[in-house]
Write a protein that binds this ligand. Structure first.
Ligand code: FAD
Length: 309
């Protein structure tokens, strides 16, 4: 087992790298352990991240890692944390290669597993012509025939939102649309078409979309499709370390519960990025990592000097 680290950051995506940057600049001995599977890896570009708008995700992570190279107290290790426990006043993490590491503080920045509807054709287009966030991907498909795969009140909300990017929006409810008269009238007034046909598959070359195809053999034009997602913990690590889950929200089914300082219910364990968020985005993951790190340093100083917090 290595010496004790000031902080181990589990996950080296947007949140984890941002955490490590602030910790490194504050001269904390920091180990980042990263399994290398950020959730947005499939996308062509990151939409809406100031200074990096449209930049391929892999480029952002490579440049983040390069920046961390300037800070000698930070090490990045490829690997996967498979278990965690509390030992004495610290925390012990076990890696898939059977090694273990110890730290005073841990930041969980493990991202989330995004789950989308099981419709044939979504997987091949996920993060490209099929997306969960119009703020991330809407600009790229603006003014085209767009669709929302959803029903009921959320379907109405998403279809009206998508009208920001196109005048040609269809609500594909894949069965009864479950709309009351007022909702149906709202959509009609906004020019949204409702198609209740059972969806067979998405069609189009490669990762592009041209149509939604129905069970009866008919098709409707659609060049970009907004789908509902829920996000889920990728492992039971938070639970093993004693961090409580938040109440299920509209997006995250089991986000880690954090306070305003991004500290979890488990002493010495913080959580930043998608793992503790109901509004996942690259910008908010970076901001959360930065905040978690600053709060940890503040906490360490308070502890060292016996300050009241
Ligand atoms: C398809 C898609 C497209 C998106 N497009 C955009 C966009 O255009 N604009 C935007 O703002 N947002 C976008 N988002 C959202 C944005 O990408 C995320 O909010 C952000 O990347 C979350 O960063 P994170 O660091 O919390 O998690 P991630 O980026 O998922 O990184 C988590 C890292 O932790 C690692 N990890 C997980 N478990 C372990 C473990 N046990 N041990 C070691 N490492 C582990 C993972 O392998 C991964 O490398 C998109 C999301 C998706 C799914």
């Amino acid at each position: 087992m290595d010496d004790i680290w000031d902080c181990i950051v589990v996950g080296g995506g947007a949140a984890g790298l941002s955490t490590a940057l602030v910790l490194g600049r504050a001269r904390q001995r920091t180990l980042v352990i990263d399994a290398g599977e950020p959730s947005n890896a499939v996308s062509h570009g990151i939409g809406g991240l100031l200074g990096h708008d449209g930049r391929p995700p892999a480029e952002l992570y490579a440049s983040g890692r390069e920046e961390l190279g300037a800070y000698p107290s930070v090490e990045i290790r490829a690997g996967s944390v498979v278990a965690g426990r509390r030992k004495d006043s610290g925390l012990v993490l076990e890696l898939a290669d059977a090694s273990s590491v110890r730290a005073r503080r841990v930041v969980l920045a493990t991202g989330m597993d995004y789950r989308y509807p099981a419709v044939p054709g979504i997987e091949a287009r996920w993060g490209r012509s099929v997306f969960h966030c119009p703020f991330c991907h809407g600009w790229e498909v603006r003014d085209r025939a767009l669709g929302v795969l959803d029903r009921g009140a959320m379907g109405v909300h998403r279809a009206l939102l998508l009208c920001v990017w196109s005048d040609d929006v269809t609500l594909f409810s894949n069965g009864p649309a479950e709309l009351d008269d007022a909702e149906a009238a709202l959509l009609a007034a906004a020019g949204v078409t409702v198609d209740e046909g059972p969806v067979a598959e998405l069609r189009g070359p490669g990762d592009e979309m041209e149509t939604v195809a129905f069970d009866d053999g008919t098709e409707r034009a659609c060049r970009g499709l907004l789908v509902p997602v829920t996000t889920h913990q990728r492992s039971t690590l938070a639970q093993q370390l004693g961090a409580r889950a938040a109440e299920p929200g509209p997006v995250a089914a089991d986000a880690i519960d954090v306070d305003a300082m991004l500290q979890t219910s488990a002493a010495g364990v913080s959580a930043a990025g998608d793992v503790s968020s109901q509004m996942p985005s690259a910008a908010s993951a970076i901001a959360a990592g930065s905040m978690a790190a600053a709060m940890i340093v503040r906490d360490i100083v308070a502890e060292t000097h016996h300050l009241a917090t």
